[in-house]
Design a protein around this ligand. Structure first.
Ligand SMILES: Nc1nc2c(ncn2[C@@H]2O[C@H](COP(=O)(O)OP(=O)(O)OP(=O)(O)O)[C@@H](O)[C@H]2O)c(=O)[nH]1
Ligand SMILES: [Mg+2]
Length: 444
């Protein structure tokens, strides 16, 4: 996510931190560099300008410059302003007292609407709700089939009807949703290449017909100003209640994420970070600000971990993590869960400092995973909980037992001790993002 933007911002911050004394001139220079980086990421010109002015106003006060740690204070100001720029704190979808809660999903062609409908259905299913999916995309031949396949994979019902009239389909899907006692109706709409009158009229009609409680505008997060401009044009016709940014897993530039809320005054509500149905995250501005500045996002990481293990296991793991008692048995268990959590490099950007530890870009390799398991299986139970006793002769024995070389054992032991260190930090700071951010500012 935002690889280039983060790298550049990190280096500006590092430079700032390296300065013994900070003058107004240093601040000017840093802010000029930040402005350039933002514009390169395709952030809206006005938004970038206002952001820089906001930071400048707060950072050039005498209290900041005279303080014991001016660099940290300035970085904290940048973090706070970035959080503000990203928009409102997360507001979940409110479930209506009378079912169903109706959600309409709109946006340009290929932005990820249909995929998002599936992700949202899964999101509600995980919360124990009963979602119902319907598509009024009567234009693309395979569009309705696509939603049907997604629904089937989740075991979530999808409305089907032989009609090519979006309004009729919408009306009937609502009836059917009520009949089957669904809690949430998620309506997928057709995309167009450009915002055109015909499409807007259709959406306005559906809006009048269904009166959705939420309308989500789905925007391709890979783009910058284009997404912001089309969001603005949509808003002139359909008053959406929130933005969903998709495709933030790729080489997203950051422009859309950083300007869309400031320009449209509509909050980003969810972000998509992959093609899989599990790749949906509620949008928390402070967490993204932290990730953009290369400071990680422990809270989301813990949430992701909790989603892939069952609650009891998660609680036990959390308890052990708090006491920093991470053992090889836990490691083995976690390797399994890691597979469900997604690629390691995606997780690494959520771990503070991981980028500098060379974890970035690490690939999950099935063969390596099996070897690692074999090595752990060849350890005695006592060795697994006290790896420091694994001396030369024990290493040889484990190597023989697992069919690996002693070098493999050494490598794993090193990795494990690195992981233990990381987990110590992780458990120390896992309680809240704020305390994490504060620690980051204090520790660096
Ligand atoms: N990498 C990545 N791909 C995504 C994400 N969301 C959707 N996609 C992919 O983007 C492509 C388009 O997604 P759809 O959900 O069909 O988009 P749509 O807006 O419904 O498209 P139309 O109905 O044709 O307007 C598909 O190949 C998806 O797999 C995401 O968050 N990350
Ligand atoms: Mg679609």
């Amino acid at each position: 996510m935002f690889g280039e933007l983060t790298e550049k911002l990190e280096s500006i911050i590092k430079k700032l931190r390296g300065l013994g004394r900070i003058t107004e001139k240093n601040i000017e220079e840093s802010l000029r560099s930040i402005r350039l980086v933002l514009l390169e990421a395709d952030v809206n010109y006005k938004v970038a300008k206002e952001f820089i002015e906001g930071v400048k106003e707060k950072a050039t006060g005498q209290e900041v410059l005279k303080s014991i740690s001016p660099a940290q204070q300035i970085i904290k100001i940048i973090y706070d302003e970035l959080t503000k720029l990203l928009g409102e704190p997360f507001r979940d979808i409110e479930i209506q007292p009378t079912s169903p809660t109706i959600i309409m999903v709109v946006g340009l062609q290929g932005s990820g609407k249909t995929t998002f409908c599936g992700k949202l259905a899964r999101y509600f299913q995980k919360k124990g709700k009963k979602p119902f999916l319907a598509s009024v995309d009567v234009y693309r031949p395979a569009a309705r089939k696509q939603l049907e396949v997604l629904g089937k994979s989740l075991d979530i019902p999808v409305f089907g009807m032989d009609s090519n009239e979006p309004k009729t389909i919408a009306k009937e899907s609502l009836k059917e949703c009520k009949r089957i006692k669904g809690d949430i109706l998620i309506l997928d709409t057709a995309g167009r290449l450009h915002v055109d009158n015909e499409m807007m009229e259709e959406l306005s009609g559906l809006n009048r017909e269904l009166k959705p409680h939420e309308i989500f505008f789905v925007a391709d997060g890979m783009t910058g100003q284009d997404a912001v401009n089309s969001a603005s044009s949509f808003l002139e016709h359909v008053d959406f209640t929130g933005v969903v940014l998709t495709k933030l897993d790729g080489d997203a530039r950051g422009g859309a994420a950083l300007s869309i809320s400031a320009v449209t005054h509509k909050p980003i509500r969810f972000i998509s970070t992959g093609e899989k149905l599990a790749d949906l995250e509620p949008f928390h501005p402070e967490r993204l600000a932290s990730r953009i500045l290369g400071m990680g996002d422990i809270v989301s990481l813990v949430e992701k971990a909790q989603e892939s293990v069952d609650t009891k296991e998660a609680q036990e793991l959390e308890k052990r993590l708090t006491h920093s008692e991470f053992t090889f048995d836990d490691f083995k268990e976690q390797l399994h869960h890691l597979k469900n959590m997604g690629p390691l490099d995606k997780l690494a950007e959520m771990i503070p400092g991981a980028r500098n530890m060379g974890i970035k870009g690490m690939q999950m390799d099935e063969g390596a995973l099996k070897r690692t398991e074999a090595i752990i299986n060849s350890m005695t139970p006592y060795e697994r909980i006290t790896p420091k006793i694994i001396n030369g002769s024990r290493r040889k024995r484990i190597a023989l037992g697992s069919g690996c070389s002693v070098q493999d054992i050494n490598r794993l032991l090193n990795q494990f001790s690195q992981m233990q260190k990381m987990i110590k930090n992780f458990s120390r700071s896992r309680s809240a993002m704020n305390s994490m951010a504060n620690q980051f500012f204090a520790a660096n």
